[in-house]
Each structure stands twice: as structure tokens, then as C-alpha cells.
Design a protein around this ligand. Sequence first.
Ligand code: GLU
Length: 440
Amino acid sequence: MSPRNLLNSIFGKKEKVVTRIAASPTGNLHVGTARSALFNYLFARKNKGKFIIRIEDTDESRSEREYEKNILDGLNWLGLESDEVVKQSDLVERHTECIEKLLLEDKAYESLEDGNKVIRLRNNGGEVVFNDLVRGEIKFDVGELGDFIIARSRTSPLYHLAVVVDDADMDVTHVIRGEDHISNTPRQILIQQALGFKRPKYAHIPLILAPDRSKLSKRTGSTSIDEFRKNGYLAGAFLNYLALLGWNPGTDKELFTMDELIREFDLNGIQKGGAIFDEEKLKWFNREHISNLSEEDKLSYFSKSLSGFDKETAIKMIPVVEERFSTTLEVRNAIREDEFSYFSERPAVDETKVSWKKDSFKDTLMHLENVMELLEKVPESDFTEENIKEAIWSYASREGTGSVLWPMRYALTGKEKSPSPFSVAAVLGKEETLSRLRLQ
Ligand code: GLU
């Protein structure tokens, strides 16, 4: 026990909550790791405790600096600020000290494994019981584990030993991690007992599953935080969605800011069943968070995707893209497929397509003339979607919306599918709209 916690326990002071995310840099930051990090972060912040990021890079053959950076960048993007970042490989001396202590006390011994010496923990068998904060009491018959390997040599600890030593040295009070680690817990408890360490509290959270309940994998969609970021998910929206993967606030509330999550997060709200990752639902969160952005933030959010348009047009396009798309990736794809080319250049119009169904070209020209006349009355400075609609609507409903609005849409866009002709006209502005309606 650290001197601080020793004093706390002597004076009966509540111990300070310490949590950690123990991320292995063997791949990019994964959705599951990000969610574990978030829960650890929220729990620590809620309890005015400490949140540590520990890069578990002792397995040198599989760890890469590039992944380490990716993990730290991803956590940073999500706003999961840590109080400390530790690299496990910097702590090997301390692991060695613990391995030597175990050997000296005959709680571990060296043995030969395929011609190599390894270090095994002496396991006296029996039952290990722990009270998981999510799943309740969990019992294991540890006899079956045998004398398991804890290090390849005195200076190369394996995962179980390193985790136990680091958690104890960092005064970690709560280990919140994926339930795939439940089966690791008895081994870790045996090592703790052998080293005389205090046992942290465990909370094993449900796995994140693909919609078909299979393991979340590349096959079932994106799994790395990077991809979601590049595809234009807002960190706040992604975080909001992650928080609800396995945690239930106990109310119908779905939209949360980070501060609200910190206030309301509670380990009791973690469910046991697997959490389904549904990108459609994530998109809904993104739309909601986009709609809560200020005008200025919306512009900066969409600006890169709309960089092919002049600034004034881009600003006016925002309501159109916001209504139709959930991410900037979708906006970029639509632009690549030429969906909005009519905002930057006048489309070629095929006169045989401009009339609605069986309407004659003469009648169509008349409708367009009348629409132009009605739009003339809308002041240029107030040429908004609502005002345009109001100016035309009663005429269009009287004459037949198809007969009036189809030619208007087609004249403005040259396309058979587009956003409403009112919103297109608002983006184009009065002068350009009238000029296109003139068909020449
Ligand atoms: N390094 C382990 C992993 O990335 C985490 C271990 C833990 O949280 O105890 O899965």
C-alpha cells in the first residue's frame, strides 16, 4: 500500500478513487478500448479521483510506437484527459523486483519450457471468489490453472504479473474493463495474494457486439476510432453514443454532454448483456450533435467537405446538407457523385424533360413565367427557403404542385432528384434562380 493510502486507512479517510485504461499498443484505438477508457474516466471524474492511461507495451514484439500514438491521439480526441500517462516498459525494474521477491519466498520458481527457462507461480489451488460490481459474485476453481507462467525471465514479465504490480503501485482502486478479462482475474488475484497486494474492485463491462451479435470486427464495419473520426463523427456525438453502449442512465434521456455524463454515470447502471454497436444509431447521435452546434461551428465542421464551393454558397448549403446527411463522409460522397454540381455551375437543361408528365411545353413555360413573377416580389436580402415557398405555394397548389414545382426543380438543378426547389433557390440566390428559370 502506498504511504498515502496507508495514512488514509489509518485515519479512516475515504480512499481516493483511481482508475486506469490499460491499452496494449498492438493496434489502433479500438471502439471497445475507447468505451472502457470512457467508463474509467467518467467514474474517476465523478468521484474526484484520478484517471491513468497506461500503455501496456511489455510485449515488445507486438507493440508499435505508431499504435501508441494512435491510442493517445484517439483518447485525446474524445476528450478523455488523463492525470498521468505511464508506459509499462518503463516499469520493468519494478516488475523484476517483484519476480525476484516471489522467487526468494519460493512463491514462484523457474522451470524449463521448450528448452527455455520460464518463471511459474506456485498455485496451491482452491477457490478464488470475487465480487464483481457488474456481475456479482464470481467463483473460480483455480486448481485447474496449474502453476502458470508469470514471466519469461526475471526481466521479462508477462501481462498478468505486470498488470497486478502496476495496478497496486498506482493505487488503482477500480479495474473497469471488458468482460473478456473475467477469466484473467483469478490468475491476477493469485499473483496479488502472493505479493501481499490489496485487491482492487472489479467491474467487468459487457462486450460490444456487431448487429448480428457476432464479435465486432473489421468484417462488420469500422472498429477503429480513427475511421469514425475521419468519417466525420463529432467527438461529442461519438462519446455520447459510446457511453450508452452498456450503460443505462435509468431515464429516457439519450443526449448527454461530457459534463452531464460525469454527473450521471454510475456503475450500477452498467448492464450485463452485450451491447450492440449500431452505426445507424450512431449517425442519429451525430445529426443531433451537429444540429446543436453554433452556426460558426457548423461552418467549420462542413467547410472542408464544401471547399469546392465559394464561401457564400457553402454557408447557404449548410441547411441543405445538414438535413440530408449524417456525417461529412456522406457529404463528400454525395459531392463526388456530382449531387450538388448545380450549386457551382449552371446545369445543362434538356427541354424535353422540363415538363411535368403530360403538360405541354407551352404551359410549362407559362408556369415558369408566373413563378418568376412571384419571386420578383421577394426581396433579394430575404430570399430564404421559407419566403420562397410562401411566395409560390398557393399558386403551385392551385395549378398542381407537379406542374409548377417539377419544372422549377429541373430548371434549377438539371436533375430529377434534388433537395426541395425552395431550398435550392435559396442557396442559388435571387439573381441566379431567375436566370435559370428563364431557361436561356
Ligand atoms: N492490456 C489489456 C488489454 O489491452 C488490458 C488489461 C486490463 O485492463 O487489465 O486488453
